[in-house]
Design a protein around this ligand. Structure first.
Ligand code: CP
Ligand code: NVA
Length: 310
């Protein structure tokens, strides 16, 4: 039974596919779930900026009949004013669940360990699982389904890339990643994904050549070159990542009508050109739309039941 949602690695392939089905049910008939979280309260700890994650968790909670409390970096000053341990031990006395967006992934893990209420990872430096779940639902909606699908990820081997790799492993997708040398995904994540994907048909390939990665791809995904917390590296990264821009020339090497994907926010003219992100192949706003039914699916799965160890 799922108690927290910190990583897609923690789901079985069966749970992964059941959640995708659940998103579909919620998206098709949202009114059915209108009061399912009545009187439940979600605390939202954000140590980094957010549009999509914050709004979709807050709107999701309201539409399910509950309430959400936004805690900005200056409100609680996690780790400075108070330790994550003490913050968790306070919050669990008042609220029914926590979503946390923070820097070190260990903070989210520690919080989940100390709290008797469910903790959801709203992005860490290592992972962005809510994003990848919505993305794989989008792939399922738009294409024949994620199994055997060829997904190319171009750019930084970052949090979004890591969660997409875990999702691909659970779904049995074929994934190719092209990064500049030195910016490859974390080897530990690759090792875990390989184990996860042993029986699903998952395959994985890393290259430094974006043209090689997009060959025959059903979908081409990219993300910003400098993530939140890496702002001081922006200038250096802009030069290193320039050959990894997703532009028309690169898209034409993928399958005809391949989808273009991006978690957003996008830096237009950097990792993607206007021409590609605004093209008919782009599904970036569908991905954003699908964040809402996924957040509802995960909150319903975790918060409808009793507290952890309760
Ligand atoms: N994609 C995503 O998580 O967007 P935000 O950073 O705006 O939440
Ligand atoms: N990799 C980006 C994703 C933002 C949703 C970041 O961490 O800033």
């Amino acid at each position: 039974m799922l108690e927290d949602f910190l990583s897609i690695h923690d789901l079985s392939p069966y749970q992964f596919s059941k959640i995708l089905d659940f998103i579909q049910q919620i998206k098709d008939k949202p009114w059915r779930f209108r009061n399912k979280l009545k009187n439940k309260i979600l605390a939202m700890i954000f140590q980094k900026s957010s549009l999509r994650t914050r709004v979709t968790f807050e709107v999701g909670m309201l539409q399910l009949g509950g309430e959400a409390i936004y805690l900005s970096p200056s409100d609680i000053q996690l780790g400075t004013r108070e330790t994550p341990y003490d913050v968790g031990k306070n919050l669990e006395r008042w609220v029914d669940g926590i979503i946390i967006r923070t820097f070190s992934h260990q903070i989210a893990v520690d919080l989940a360990q100390v709290c008797h209420i469910p903790v959801i990872n709203g992005l860490t430096d290592l992972l962005h699982p809510c994003q990848a779940m919505a993305d794989f639902f989008t792939l399922k909606e738009k294409l024949r389904g994620p199994a055997n699908l060829k997904l190319a990820y171009i750019g930084d081997g970052n949090n979004v890339c890591h969660s997409l790799i875990f999702a691909a492993a659970k779904a049995g997708s074929k994934m190719r990643v092209a990064t500049p040398p030195g910016y490859e995904p974390n080897p530990e994540i690759l090792k875990q994904a390989e184990q996860d994907g042993r029986e699903t048909g998952f395959s994985f390939y890393i290259t430094n050549d974006p043209y090689e990665a997009v060959q025959e791809a059903d979908a081409v995904y990219t993300d910003v070159w400098a993530s939140m917390g890496q702002e001081q590296e922006k200038e250096k990264r802009t030069k290193i990542f320039a050959p990894y821009q997703v532009n028309r020339a690169l898209m034409t090497k993928a399958k005809k009508d391949a989808l273009f994907m991006h978690c957003l926010p996008a830096h237009r003219g950097e990792e993607v050109t206007d021409e590609v992100i605004d093209s008919a192949q782009s599904v970036v706003f569908d991905q954003a739309e699908n964040r809402l039914p996924f957040q509802k699916a995960i909150m319903l799965s975790l918060l409808e039941k009793k507290a952890k160890n309760g």
